[in-house]
Design a protein around this ligand. Structure first.
Ligand code: SAH
Length: 340
């Protein structure tokens, strides 16, 4: 097994099963995630027999960085996976720290009309190690620690639920990379059964919902998933999520020119979200060459913002990063797939 696929608890069980001591898991996690070794022989305080046992059952394997694009406060990476598939990750420099946007699948099957990632259909889910090593490799490349993780790269995290949860368990573990749960955000297009499952997940991870429209008629024209899980189902599962976890939810709303950015959409959205412990993150759309949607004007974004504010809905406008580095979700990968 790839060493980056195993959780701390599983590693403890592994040692118990192998008649070794449970605390070896602490030592191994320390070497792998704090000291960042690439070879079990480097574990100087671990007995030879344990090292031999580990070598028999585990190996180190990461990804390959094949392209890196940089702009002000942003670096975008294209990775080659071991079966030659490609994914991307983006690191953003904020005043509060470094946040890394990672991919969860190769391609995506959700079919959102505005999204570049979905133009190339899903090939497969990412393995746990393929998510974990996006962090390790980028930290190594920039020689800095990432403080925040957002699961907003290529793919639908809740369509790869088990691996995503395992990934969060590994990176959140205090014995390892130790990224605080409140610094981790999962974004979903609204897969209701998984929102329900996530409600019972015991970590205080942030949840963001890609809503993008205030009613089913409009949402179904831009997001196929809405035909399966309409807005009322999302809202009712989110209400239960908030009731159980006490956590505030983010609704993401891409501003698409003349599609969903009118004053009446803002009013309708205010009504829909009234009384829910949430805030809306308005996302200026990143235009891409293959898709006809355009970005809303600054004026309509401000008007939309003002309507939500006046109606007491918490609202922020997402800072724009990397429009010069093919930052739109999936854009670097699809560019690469076409030119190669
Ligand atoms: N599948 C998940 C997470 C990945 S997409 C989800 O749907 O939430 C992350 C966010 O980027 C989503 O809100 C998605 O709708 C948005 N997005 C996709 N393409 C975009 C673009 N070209 N410009 C701005 N945001 C985009």
């Amino acid at each position: 097994m790839n060493i980056y696929n195993i959780t701390f608890e599983e590693l403890e069980e592994y040692f118990i099963k192998n008649n070794d001591k449970k605390f070896k898991a602490t030592q191994v996690f320390d070497w792998v995630y704090k000291k960042r070794i690439n070879n079990f022989d480097e574990m100087r305080n671990v007995s030879k027999s344990t090292i031999d046992c580990m070598k028999k059952d585990f190996y180190f394997e990461k990804l390959e960085i094949i392209e890196k694009l940089e702009d002000k406060d942003v670096k975008k990476y294209l990775f080659r996976l071991n079966d030659n598939e490609k994914i991307e990750a983006v690191v953003m420099y904020h005043d509060y720290g470094l946040s890394l946007c990672i991919s969860t699948q190769v391609g995506c099957n959700m079919g959102c009309k505005f999204c570049e990632s979905g133009r190339l259909k899903k090939v497969r889910n990412l393995e746990v190690y393929e998510m974990v090593t996006q962090i390790l490799m980028i930290e190594e490349d920039i020689n800095q620690r990432i403080s925040h993780i957002v699961l907003m790269g290529i793919g639908e995290p809740f369509d790869n639920y088990d691996n995503v949860i395992k990934f969060i368990d590994i990176i959140n573990c205090g014995k390892g990379i130790d990224i605080g749960s409140r610094h981790i955000t999962v974004s979903t297009c609204g897969i209701v059964p998984k929102i329900k499952e996530f409600t019972n997940y015991d970590k205080q991870v942030n949840l963001a919902i890609s809503l993008h429209a205030p009613n089913n008629t409009l949402r179904s024209t831009i997001m196929n998933i809405n035909k399966v899980y309409p807005i009322e189902d999302i809202i009712s599962s989110i209400k239960k999520y908030i009731e159980k976890t006490g956590r505030r939810v983010t609704f993401e709303y891409i501003m698409l020119k003349d599609v969903n950015d009118s004053k009446s959409c803002a009013l309708e959205l205010s009504k829909l979200l009234k009384g829910i412990n949430c805030y809306v993150n308005l996302i200026p759309y990143n235009e891409t060459t293959h898709i006809e949607y355009k970005k809303s004007t600054q004026d309509s974004i401000m008007q939309f913002y003002d309507v939500l504010k006046k109606n007491n809905i918490g609202v922020t406008i997402r800072r724009e990063f990397g429009s010069n580095v093919k930052a739109a979700c999936g854009q670097l990968r699809s560019h690469y797939e076409e030119v190669v």
